[in-house]
Ligand binder design. Sequence first.
Ligand SMILES: [Zn+2]
Length: 341
Amino acid sequence: MRVIWNPKHADHAAPGEWEGGAVIPCYEAPERLGLIRAALDAAGGFTFEEPARPSEEVLAGAHDPAYVTYLREASAEARRARDPAAKQLWPTVFPFGPNPRATGARALRGRYCFDTYTPILPGTFAAALGGANAAAQAADLVAAGTERAVYVLTRPPGHHAEPDRCGGYCYFNNAAVAAERLSKRGPVAVLDLDVHHGNGTQHIFYARADVLTVSVHGDPAALYPFFSGFADETGTGTGLGANLNLPLPHGTGVKEYRPALATALDAVRRFKPAFLVFAFGADAHEADPIGGFKLPTKFYTEMGAAVRELGLPTVVVQEGGYNPATLGPCVVEVLKGLHAD
Ligand SMILES: [Zn+2]
């Protein structure tokens, strides 16, 4: 199986994240990618390649140009800063009031970000752009019929990134970049099986009838991103009916997850897409430190096989997964199920 990996990923390494008034070590660390790659190497049957020269053009249709410019310039600002504290741009105030206005640098940090987990660092833009280009290249291979399934090995992840805001460790929405590119060739379904709701992907395509977004995730009443991912969010305008959320309670195990996955896959089949983008996170695993679900490693083979049965040309995009011991094995199992001959 061909793997497009992001060689710039380690340019972004957050020193920590703000959680409840304390700075804790960042779960979304560069080691994640190396662990996945080592597990795939050990499993065998995977070839690794880098995307061609990174281009901002791949972001069109997924992200607001003003946001792209902001992220580029904010990363450059952090790079130029002499004071170590100024090399990390953290938002502290977010837009509020009936007519919020953002004119200065501090206001823009809150304008283009929605949480305290997602700082902008000197290498953030390059790392995020590398991931978006890896996703675009995988989409091109699948669209051309060259490959039945291609895996995008990247971090920082993407599915929380909104059209014009970073958040949830995500800066550019890699799955949305792939889906937008594939949508030029036919209808696309995005299936998000990260334990967190893919809010960014939902919102990027919320008014689109040609891209179905389906997400199985922890109930946002109790799990990040809290503000979206509810079952009654079904799309808007011409996109009404092209978004399906299947929230599940904390502690969900195979018994509850399996029927939700079947419902998600049925929705994809009924939509009759030409392509699938599979946003995969390993954080629904029982040993994940932040997910709260109870899926065992062996279930990931079944998950991959179930997605394979859709019979669709597929781009798999790496999202979350934060237990260093189980992240690699989960990816190996899901890709094994997906790619079995
Ligand atoms: Zn997640």
